[in-house]
Design a protein around this ligand. Structure first.
Ligand code: ADP
Ligand code: MG
Length: 268
């Protein structure tokens, strides 16, 4: 039997009152694969990212990790399952230090009774580990004691991505990580994605930068009006095709999403 992909999304729909944000999305990301998720504003990209991150449940449909169905009720459920997400807004605690953000929710306590009983944090160890991890991933490493609010936009982005890459062990999700960056930093992000892929994690890369998608992705899924308009790979994965399916200039090639639950996915 073929090995199940790291991530499989099956028939996911999402309704917000009268708005059908997702209309039956199927997609897969294998270990060591980078899959692009593209689409116009409002296509449903962030909605899907939030479902994969445990921020909100799907209305119908489900997701599987390594063939196992998941039921995320809170973001921590997704984190525990090995998913790390970099959101558009980065979700950093601006008043806190770089190291505190790096370890947010995963703080290390001091050895012995101070840590076990009193819950005292081992800041020195966290500072050192943060510096080591950032040094491996970023060319310009900020002082780990400095507050996040003093960092430039690019440095914040770098921290959020480095944090996600460090902690995820199954699926890394990046929701438009390069949109606010300069050229040099964009290149750095793409390099981090390539390194993450080499460690065997699956990467879902949401982007409006078509050249980035073509440069780094094995495959791209085009969302349009909440449905999958096309899945492009190999020679078909180029900017003109992406733009064509995003705008609707090219007719959707996937079967139109249907509300009936029958049939299910083809393979398996
Ligand atoms: N919490 C919400 N309440 C109501 N509508 C929402 C909510 N979140 C997203 N939507 C709607 O769902 C659709 C998809 O949005 P979104 O997933 O943010 O698209 P994208 O990230 O591709 O720009 C849009 O029509 C948006 O207005
Ligand atoms: Mg979005």
């Amino acid at each position: 039997m073929e090995k199940a992909p790291t991530l499989r999304v099956r028939g996911v729909t999402k309704r917000f009152g009268g708005v059908e944000a997702l209309r039956g999305v199927d997609l897969e990301v294998g270990a060591g694969e980078v899959v692009g998720l593209v689409g116009d504003n409002g296509a449903g990209k962030s909605t899907l990212v939030k479902i994969l991150s445990g921020v909100q449940p799907p209305t119908t449909g489900w997701i599987e990790l390594d063939g196992e169905e998941q039921r995320f009720e809170r973001p921590v459920d997704a984190t525990r399952a090995g998913i790390a997400t970099v959101y558009q807004d980065l979700s950093l605690a601006m008043q806190r230090s770089v190291a505190a953000n790096f370890f947010l929710g995963r703080e290390l306590t001091r050895p012995g009774i101070l840590g076990r009983r009193l819950g005292l944090l081992d800041r020195r160890l966290m500072d050192r580990r943060t510096h080591e991890s950032l040094s491996q991933l970023l060319t310009r490493v900020p002082d780990v004691r400095t507050a996040c609010r003093t960092l430039s936009g690019g440095q914040r982005q770098g921290l959020a991505i480095a944090r996600a890459v460090t902690w995820c062990d199954r699926l890394l999700i990046l929701d438009e990580p390069t949109s606010a960056l300069g050229v040099e930093q964009q290149r750095e992000v793409l390099e981090i994605i390539r390194r993450a892929r080499q460690t065997g994690v699956a990467v879902l890369f949401v982007s409006h930068q078509m050249h980035d998608v073509v440069a780094v992705c094995d495959r791209a899924v085009v969302l349009r009006l909440g449905g999958v308009a096309a899945v492009l790979e190999g020679e078909e994965l180029h900017v003109d095709n992406l733009v064509g399916y995003i705008t609707g200039a090219l007719a959707p090639r996937e079967p139109a999403p249907s509300a009936n639950g029958g049939g299910g996915g083809g393979r398996g």
